[in-house]
Design a protein around this ligand. Structure first.
Ligand SMILES: [Fe+2]
Ligand SMILES: [Fe+2]
Length: 323
């Protein structure tokens, strides 16, 4: 509480804090009620050559004439790229949470316990994803594995760890994007049954993680530095575009003889892909509006552009820019 706040202004955050604490306690109970060990419960192997159906391939809509073998390879390479991205994202999330735990003044806060639950769940997801990548045995060159990419990550990571609101916003981004892909895979009858099982299991636990990030992002935002707030307003929307476009990385296309960069650039401009990207951005934006991070009527310009909404956060009438 600052000296300039009136008692009513103070009561409101207090009431919100209490309500949030109760919500996090419910999330703790839910995480405890059903602990899934994927090595015991999400076992199995891929059963199809083409693990993801044609409509869900990134190139759907480009009108390419690919053989069944090429489509099968591409489906595996695209899935491997998505899953590899997920492993990286979960590692970043766990570092961020561990950093916050190391600085926490109150270990009895239910948020502390929930962060431990979430990290426990992510370690199980990542182990399952590692198993899946191993089975997919991708042939793609992975730019994430380069020395330059490792150096960039090592420079960026400390900047992110010290900005809890930005970390929360990126958690929302990093969970909304794969969630949309996994929803489509889980609901499609032609997806490989093992991929469907993995998607369903992961989405159930991620729903709680999204709820936690939606709860904490506003709390962190109101108590943080201006650089953290600036990043939420201006860096995160750019991050959504970058993360969405990178989830299927360009070199997957080279594995079926397509020009990597040119195909990737065409894919990222496809109307269907742009619509999916905007859908993810809107989901994150709505969470930020609900968390009182951003205000209706004052949605920042870059958010408006990336989510294709007006200043009130309503879907804009203009045609999509595709950028
Ligand atoms: Fe996860
Ligand atoms: Fe998660």
């Amino acid at each position: 509480m600052t000296a300039t706040q009136s008692p009513t202004e103070w009561l409101e955050p207090q009431a919100e804090h209490t309500e949030h604490t109760a919500r996090v306690e419910r999330l703790n109970a839910a995480s405890l009620r059903r602990i899934v060990e994927p090595d015991d419960e999400v076992t199995g192997t891929l059963t199809k050559d083409q693990v993801v159906p044609d409509e869900l391939l990134s190139v759907a809509g480009l009108g390419l004439d690919l053989s069944p073998e090429q489509r099968a390879t591409l489906s595996r390479e695209e899935l491997a790229s998505i899953v590899r991205f997920g492993i990286l994202f979960e590692a970043v999330l766990m570092s961020g949470f561990a950093y916050q735990l190391a600085l926490s003044p109150d270990v009895t806060d239910p948020r502390f316990t929930y962060a431990l639950h979430e990290m426990g769940e992510e370690t199980r997801h990542s182990r399952l994803f590692v198993r899946l990548v191993d089975e997919l045995a991708p042939m793609q060159r992975n730019p994430l594995n380069s020395r330059l990419a490792a150096r960039v990550r090592s420079r960026m990571l400390p900047l992110l760890l010290r900005r809890p609101a930005t970390l929360d916003a990126f958690v929302l981004v990093g969970e909304e994007i794969p969630d949309l892909f996994q929803k489509l895979m889980a609901e499609h009858a032609d997806t490989d049954s093992y991929v469907r099982d993995i998607s369903r299991y992961h989405r159930t636990e991620e729903a709680r993680h999204l709820a936690f990030a939606r709860t904490t992002v506003g709390e962190h935002y109101r108590a943080t530095s201006w650089t953290d707030r600036f990043a939420v307003r201006w860096i995160v929307p750019a991050g959504i575009v970058g993360m969405f476009d990178a989830i299927v990385q360009p070199f997957v296309y080279a594995t079926v003889g397509l020009p990597p960069l040119r195909t990737w650039l065409r894919v990222r401009r496809l109307r269907e892909r742009v619509a999916m990207r905007e859908q993810c951005a809107r989901a994150v934006l709505n969470a930020l509006i609900d968390g009182r991070v951003l205000k209706r009527g004052r949605v920042p310009g870059l958010w408006r552009r990336v989510a294709a909404v007006d200043r009130h956060g309503r879907p804009a009438a203009r045609p999509s820019s595709g950028s």
